[in-house]
Design a protein around this ligand. Structure first.
Ligand code: G4P
Length: 282
């Protein structure tokens, strides 16, 4: 597949430097992934930057993902020894519990050295648009009043006590996505991690529809009130959507540009239905 993203390596260098600084301040990291694309939304370099620091996976936006595939992904993470929380920006209690559990070895090490009553510090990291800020707002919520500026945090960032002995950095760590694999680039474009102006939208909508015809035929038929044979060509399906949705140009010609917009927008906002693009079997 030939799907290109215009991408500037300078952005990555800056994001990496910032992440290195922020990671020095924390004991546990929560990497937030988009459950529709758990493989594509991970960061290629995070583990290397983390070293021995414990990491928890927060699989977010599960309300938009295919439930069976989310279960399968959960098992994959568990089998790889990674604690995983499945959330849709709710379920913050289980996340707090998972962070506390992951932090126990750190606390034990402190105790051995005679360090008592020190709070565990955690931050949420992830590529753009996975839901980091939304989750932070949920976690901070009523605890905001407890926030206090402390040394070692960039101006404007604060540690907020979200549970006994647990402090959260109220600013997310923004990771850069990986672009070397065109399939990953496409998945990130479709889920909204990449801005629309750096890729070909028509091509993205085309490839998405191809995938939906192959794997989520019924969703596509229901959503647009159309019918088609298994393996139907994308062009035919686009035309059927245009007719069903009244996407017409003057003179009655089908407006396929409108279909492109519609298909992309519906998918990104979860209106197409619960779809996971990254197959859990790989
Ligand atoms: P970020 O900090 O990681 O960049 O993400 P942010 O919290 O800003 O969330 C990005 C979008 O995803 C927001 O939509 C937010 O409401 C939505 N979102 C976050 N968590 C969930 C979830 O669990 N389920 C669903 N369905 N949506 C979630 P937005 O403000 O409408 O932005 P946009 O998508 O229009 O850009």
């Amino acid at each position: 597949m030939d799907f290109k993203i215009q991408w500037f390596p300078g952005h990555m260098t800056k994001a990496k430097r910032m992440m290195e600084q922020q990671l020095k301040l924390v004991d546990v990291v929560v990497e937030m992934l988009d459950a529709r694309v758990p493989r594509s939304s991970t960061n290629p370099m995070l583990n290397q930057l983390l070293g021995q620091k414990p990491k928890i996976i927060a699989l977010n936006k599960v309300d938009m993902a295919d439930p069976a595939k989310t279960e399968a992904w959960k098992e994959i993470f568990k089998n790889n020894g990674l604690p995983v929380c499945v959330i849709d920006c709710n379920g913050v209690k289980q996340l707090v519990a998972a962070v506390q559990k992951a932090a126990q070895p750190v606390i034990d090490k402190w105790l051995k050295r005679g360090v008592k009553n020190r709070s565990i510090r955690v931050m949420i990291v992830g590529i753009p648009n996975v839901g980091k800020s939304t989750l932070i707002n949920r976690l901070v919520g009523k605890n905001k009043v407890l926030a206090a500026d402390k040394p070692g945090v960039t101006r404007g960032q604060q540690w907020v006590t979200i549970a006994k002995g647990l402090e959260l950095l109220d600013t997310p760590g923004v990771l850069w996505p990986k672009f070397d694999d065109p399939q990953i680039g496409l998945n990130l474009a479709l889920t909204g991690a990449i801005k629309e102006d750096v890729y070909d939208r028509e091509q993205a909508a085309w490839l998405l529809t191809e995938k939906l015809i192959a794997a989520y035929q019924e969703l596509l038929k229901d959503k647009y009130a159309i019918d088609f044979e298994a393996g139907a060509p994308v062009q035919d399906v686009f035309e059927k959507i245009a007719v069903s949705r009244g996407c017409l140009k003057s003179g009655g010609l089908l407006d396929l540009d409108k279909v492109v917009q519609l298909v992309l927008r519906d998918f990104r906002s979860g209106k197409t239905g619960r779809v996971t693009l990254d197959e859990p079997d790989k």
